[in-house]
Design a protein around this ligand. Sequence first.
Ligand code: ADP
Length: 478
Amino acid sequence: MIKVLAVASEIYPLVKTGGLADVVGALPAALHTHDVAVTTMVPGYPAVLNASEEWAIVATLPSFFGGRTTIKRATVGGLDLFALDAPHLFDRPGGPYGDLRGQDWPDNPQRYGALSSAAAELCTGLVHDYLPDIVHVHDWQAAMTLAYLHYSGLPRPKSVITVHNLAFQGQYPPTILGSLALPQRAFALEGIEYYGMIGFLKAGLYFADRITTVSPRYASEIKTAEAGMGLEGLLAGRAASLSGIVNGIDSQEWNPAVDPKLAANFSTGTLGPRARNREALEKRFGIDHDASPLFCLVSRLTWQKGIDIMLEALPHLVESGARLVLLGSGDREMEAAFRQAADLYPGRVGVVIGYDEALSHLMFGGADMTLVPSRFEPCGLTQLYGLRYGCVPVVARVGGLSDTLVDANDAALTLDAATGVQFHPVNAPMLQDAITRAIALYRDKPVWRAMQKRGMQLDLSWTSRAGAYARLYRELLA
Ligand code: ADP
């Protein structure tokens, strides 16, 4: 067994704001079948600590920024966890990163600096009988672990950093250096400095033995100025250590044959019951009950996700005779614009503003197509749920959306390989064109059914995807 310490700020099902949590929550079980034992270090948010009565203190740390701090260990729902119990840092109302109004906590660098520092100590023998072979950190919140390890001067495990979204880098003014308990010399180009600031993600990318991101296409995109968000130079320089591993999905949680969140279960052999999910959706969103194509969109409502592009293409979708149901939250103006669109197109556009895991299942299980018009997308999960649920993805050809679908062009249709519709460049006219193509395909029932079934039969499970991480670990230890 290879022993891996994973470090992350979210883990499904305990704390989730996005795809990061899904990956961190799914990998341990999937890696177990590849002889890799993962223990995950997470912040001791109330949702984490309240999930078990079995937490045992395994270490007491010198106080982080004026508060009592311990590391606790427990197994929660099959996940072997270390939690950094520091109530003054993590026991707060609101989300993991900000208050109830969505404002980032001003001490986020110290909060995640503390997480990273504690993780580094776990890697150098803080806890009796625990020493990982590999430390695997996720995103900027955990990235600084590798800097703490470097400057500790102690023998350290091999390291991997996974970037789930380069847009979030954790950059802070150099004046906070003292509060992070890192030596002054760390503030250097060959360290944590990044354009005059302290860069958490930069530090991780600089010190990691291997860098992965969540699709091969995104791994190559981020070496360019267009998608590199300022880190393209560093990433291009580390190209030999950079690779992409596509995310899997939890194929038990997302199994249309048994999913209790659906109105009716179905499988490749019996697509018929999807109609009952469609009806349930029509009722829930208060839209017309008819045979016209039904698009769905489940997303954070942000610029990255191309939600403004969707708004621009919406009149075309409705004029083409189709309908849209949207579930999402985020940018207040985008939320308001979609509420207005629902009023403007009664019966044709239905909108639920909010976060609703169960409803999202019903949407993939009942709608005909799922839209993902992202400007950039490291991997993307909703297109994978769409594939698994026979809800054909219509997506921008970027990042993981490019790697996980075969566009229904003439060649792919002839070869029976098509699984979705892709468009590029990412703008409203091209999205409109993709919507038109998808509707035409939908009207050709044999072709459409075949496309649905092909997507449903793909192996999208973590069990197979985790093999790539296991190989990476073994290479590092060889
Ligand atoms: P990102 O992590 O950038 O938000 P991903 O596609 O990788 O994008 O992951 C988003 C995850 O969050 C998916 O599991 C998606 O179904 C879910 N999701 C996003 N918005 C909502 C919502 N409003 N209600 C329910 N689930 C949502």
